[in-house]
Design a binder for this molecule. Structure first.
Ligand SMILES: [Zn+2]
Length: 86
């Protein structure tokens, strides 16, 4: 029996995905995460085993396998001028 998405009822397939998580103002990216992904809406499902593994990695402050630079774009210079924003 195929699993169904809890949100849209679409078909859920086993995949390996990336997951980004914010913890205390810091962004962590997890790669090669086994998940089940809805083919219709893209909702990702992770097992409790994966969640506890991620928790463990965050708590242990494990040395990252790699670090990437993330571009940050501020809208401040636009919103300061935009009178429409109220
Ligand atoms: Zn879905």
């Amino acid at each position: 029996m195929k699993e169904k998405c809890q949100f849209c009822g679409g078909t859920v397939e086993k995949k390996t995905v990336s997951l980004d998580l914010w913890r205390k103002e810091k962004l962590y990216v997890f790669k090669n995460v086994p998940a089940k992904v809805c083919e219709q809406c893209g909702e990702k499902y992770f097992s409790s085993k994966i969640y506890s593994l991620i928790d463990k990695l965050l708590k242990e402050k494990s040395k990252p396998d790699e670090t990437m630079v993330v571009p940050v774009m501020s809208l401040k210079r636009f919103t300061d001028e935009a009178e429409a924003v109220s």
